[in-house]
Design a binder for this molecule. Structure first.
Ligand code: ZN
Length: 376
């Protein structure tokens, strides 16, 4: 009996020596690779001040496409249940924003040694081809890294805050930690890290909190929590702000660099900003399957959205992304106003039209179909 007890103590001792340093190491090395610079922050500011919420086809659904990447011998992919459970967890975090992440298609499995050890700068050559249009593409890869100054840096995940790259890359080892996926999706919907200093350091007193730090007044000043949070999710740092005040940050905020298992909270202002970004800048996210267009392959069908619209109409048809069509816009009196050629998934510029009701006719080689839209 005594031997067993000592054996257990010895095992615990071994675990402390050998496992704990790895846990600490992984905390330090598995970083968020999302690039945030002044230009990106300025673009987000101008997007949010210039875009008005549109009546999107969508109400609250953010369509997602899951890509599970493995090696050429078909090993290395995650169990799909792990991902689906994690997406359910993400849905709980985003419920307050009125956003719900829903699979648009079945899971896309990719078996390729070229993609499974995924270097960040290869993203454009690989994902530009694989991405499903108008959907948030979530890639889960066996190993995610970037090369910087000749060093290999292991990444947990990354995404893009602006632009047309609707994708989030996640390393399998970070896929089910409860917060990395929610964190990267937070970036995709414009959130900065709680310790961001691009626009200036936010002091503990939170003066100027609307523009400094992460731009929110309901997230406390944060000195960067990397390795400053203990296993009980308590802040252990003794950092002081530029005025000599001690930080009292929030290790539960999903956009912090706290321990990943400690992050489970978005503030109200973070939530509101993500919703606004979704409803304005990201309002093109649309799952064609939800429009039931795939049920009728033999006949041309399409949707135009948002409708009503003031500047752009997105066109999505039941044919391939590269298919192009002749289009004509008619006034409500049947007068032809504009014609041309448009490719599937592209936008039709209607900013020059006066407010009113119009018709757009789309023609393929064999048939044409007309739809009504309202310009406001
Ligand atoms: Zn991040």
């Amino acid at each position: 009996m005594q031997n067993i007890t000592w054996g257990k103590i010895f095992l615990v001792f071994l675990a402390i020596i050998f496992i704990e340093p790895q846990v600490i190491l992984s905390q330090h090395t598995d970083k968020c690779g999302t690039v945030i610079d002044r230009r990106t922050i300025n673009s987000i500011c101008s997007i949010l001040s210039n875009h008005v919420p549109k009546n999107s086809f969508l109400d609250s659904v953010v369509p997602i496409q899951i890509h599970l990447v493995g090696y050429s011998d078909s090993t290395g992919t995650l169990d799909s249940m792990i991902i689906l459970n994690e997406i359910e967890r993400v849905n709980q975090y985003y419920a307050a924003a009125g956003m719900y992440f829903s699979n648009c298609n079945s899971i896309n499995y990719i078996y390729s040694d070229d993609y499974s050890e995924f270097e960040q700068s290869n993203d454009e050559t690989i994902c530009d081809i694989i991405d499903f249009p108008n959907i948030l593409n979530l890639y889960f890869v066996p190993f995610l890294f970037k090369e910087s100054d000749g060093q290999t840096i292991s990444l947990c995940g990354y995404t893009y805050l602006t632009g047309e790259r609707n994708r989030v890359l996640i390393a399998n080892q970070c896929a089910s930690n409860g917060s990395t996926l929610a964190h990267e999706i937070g970036h995709y919907f414009s959130l900065l890290h709680t310790h961001d200093t691009t626009n200036g350091i936010e002091a503990v007193a939170r003066i100027g909190c609307n523009s400094l730090g992460d731009g929110f007044c309901d997230t406390p000043a944060d000195p960067n929590l990397s390795s400053l949070v203990n296993a009980n999710c308590q802040y252990t740092g003794i950092e002081q702000d530029p005025y000599g005040e001690y930080y009292s940050p929030d290790p539960s905020n999903i956009m912090s660099f706290s321990r990943k298992e400690c992050r489970n909270y978005f503030s109200q202002q973070q939530t509101q900003k993500m919703r606004r970004y979704f409803k304005t800048y990201r309002s093109y996210l649309y799952c064609i399957n939800n429009g039931n267009l795939i049920t009728n392959h033999n006949s041309l069908d399409y949707i135009i959205f948002p409708n009503p619209s003031s500047n752009y109409l997105a066109l999505v048809s039941n044919e391939g992304r590269s298919t192009s069509y002749d289009f004509c816009i008619f006034s409500s009196l049947g007068i032809k106003i504009q014609s041309g050629n448009i490719q599937n998934y592209q936008h039709l510029n209607i900013s020059h039209l006066k407010s009113g009701t119009y018709f757009v006719e789309l023609s393929s080689d064999i048939e044409s179909k007309m739809k009504k839209f309202i310009k406001y």
